[in-house]
Design a protein around this ligand. Structure first.
Ligand SMILES: Cc1cc2nc3c(=O)[nH]c(=O)nc-3n(C[C@H](O)[C@H](O)[C@H](O)COP(=O)(O)OP(=O)(O)OC[C@H]3O[C@@H](n4cnc5c(N)ncnc54)[C@H](O)[C@@H]3O)c2cc1C
Ligand code: SF4
Ligand code: SF4
Length: 407
């Protein structure tokens, strides 16, 4: 491969190659057939291979990067390196209510900006001119950081915004999915400016990113024409929250996360590269954030964020002392339990040499579960959602037996 133009299904559309290409000839475009961003090479490539070297789609050396970032290998391969696990939320009620879980990512960015610890943050908002497309950018004001709150359940080429970090000296934070963080960590290895300028890496737990087809599927179900949509917000209004669509004619639609995610949106449009992904909890970030999917939070309505502090807990503790947020420790086992299905699929069924010998061995039942993995079978469309539900239920039970000894 001479450049990422030939990468095909290994690409997750993170945008790192587009930002790091010295010739500036890589552009991220939506491939309408796949419903994903793909890199388009537009110009004379001198085959410097930089795009290949920073590409997380091709591969990530967790062993080497763990050594570089944390100076050691993780003791717990399900969570990765960590110093402490917490559950927390922003004490700004409005922010907490309108963010994804407890508003902790946005709250930390606001704190870092207000304290001048950063000059800007790489975040993602929806593009006001193109309501279905995300817009990664460098937020430099509190208003811009607030505008970017909330999860975007569509492909996001976040790392294209690294271009601005490369161009403009300063101190930055970046927010991204595990694969965005992988791309950034790889890029930092070959680009000193990035390594020096990016001070905080905030990572988001990630099961998978639904392709743009998922949103189109949902609109069809709702009988809403694409051209009619003025804006779409995937999460907000408490926890677990709602998807909101505003139409040009003034209509407003709201659907609970569980209703739309479970409708096929969250099951039927998984990119091929996500099926190979082994990182659920953004293990190479400085702090990771997710939802507390645990029975004890079932009645939570305002929202709380699960937090894994990987290097230290200083910022979190300072924010708590200044009454900006509430945080309390939570057992790592609970963090694992809250994400058990994803961890089982990503870590055990997709195991690679890093995990061999460290995890419970693949047994007969695992082999059967792996064999019946939904993406490997040709399941009629009409049955697929139910099949995936049943599959994830069985896989979750097996995960509990293997990792938690709960049954
Ligand atoms: C595609 C996707 C899959 C996820 N899967 C899981 C899961 O399986 N389990 C789980 O517990 N949690 C998952 N999450 C994380 C969860 O939805 C929340 O993002 C997390 O709990 C943090 O909430 P918060 O209120 O602190 O974030 P907020 O304060 O609302 O801030 C969210 C931040 O994330 C950034 N962002 C949003 N979407 C994207 C994106 N697609 N790419 C890059 N940056 C983005 C925004 O710019 C913003 O800075 C997922 C999130 C996404 C986007
Ligand atoms: S760097 Fe990212 S966008 Fe570029 S080819 Fe690799 S995975 Fe795709
Ligand atoms: S599952 Fe992995 S590859 Fe897919 S979007 Fe999430 S972090 Fe990226």
């Amino acid at each position: 491969m001479k450049n990422v133009g030939e990468i095909e299904d290994l690409c997750i559309g993170c945008g790192t190659c587009a930002a790091l290409c010295p010739q500036n000839i890589i552009r991220m475009e939506i491939d309408q057939k796949k419903g994903l961003y793909v890199p388009i090479i537009n110009g004379e490539c001198d085959e410097c291979m930089k795009c290949i070297r920073v590409c997380p789609g091709i591969g990530v050396d967790f062993r080497e990067l763990n050594d570089d970032i944390f100076g050691k290998q993780p003791k717990n391969l399900l969570i990765g390196n960590y110093k402490g696990c917490y559950i927390g939320y922003s004490l700004n009620e409005k922010l907490r209510y309108n963010s994804s879980s407890g508003g902790m990512i946005t709250q930390i960015l606001l704190y870092l900006l207000e304290k001048n610890f950063i000059d800007g943050a790489l975040v993602t908002r929806m593009n006001p001119k193109k309501p279905f497309e995300p817009e990664p950018f460098i937020a430099r004001t509190t208003q811009e950081i607030k505008e970017s709150k909330g999860s975007k359940y569509c492909p996001v080429p976040a790392n294209v915004a690294l271009k601005e970090i490369l161009k403009t000296p300063g101190k930055y934070a970046i927010v991204g999915l595990p694969c965005h963080i992988h791309g950034i960590r790889k890029a930092e290895k070959i680009n000193r400016k990035l390594k020096k300028r990016i001070k905080y890496h905030l990572g988001i737990f990630c099961n998978h990113t639904p392709s743009f087809k998922a949103t189109e599927f949902l609109l069809k179900k709702l009988n809403v024409k694409k051209e009619e949509v003025k804006n779409i917000i995937y999460r907000g209004e408490g926890w677990p929250g709602k998807l909101k669509i505003e139409t040009k004619s003034g209509g407003r639609i709201r659907i609970l996360l569980s209703d739309y995610w479970g409708s096929g949106f969250g099951q039927l449009f998984v990119p091929k590269r996500c099926e190979l992904c082994v990182d659920h909890m953004a293990e190479l970030s400085d702090i990771s954030f997710g939802d507390p999917w645990l029975a004890e939070f079932a009645s939570e309505r305002k929202g709380k964020t699960l937090i894994i502090a990987r290097k230290n807990s200083k910022i979190l503790k300072n924010m708590k002392n200044k009454e900006i947020c509430e945080i309390e420790p939570i057992e790592p086992e609970k963090v694992i339990l809250s994400q058990i299905y994803n961890l089982y699929v990503k870590k055990k069924l997709h195991r690679n040499s890093l995990y061999d010998g460290n995890f419970p061995r693949m047994d007969f039942i695992d082999s059967i579960i792996a064999f019946f993995e939904p993406s490997k079978l040709k399941i009629p469309w009409i049955l697929k959602k139910r099949y995936i539900f049943l599959y994830s239920l069985i896989a979750s039970l097996k995960a509990r037996i293997d990792f938690l000894g709960k049954l």
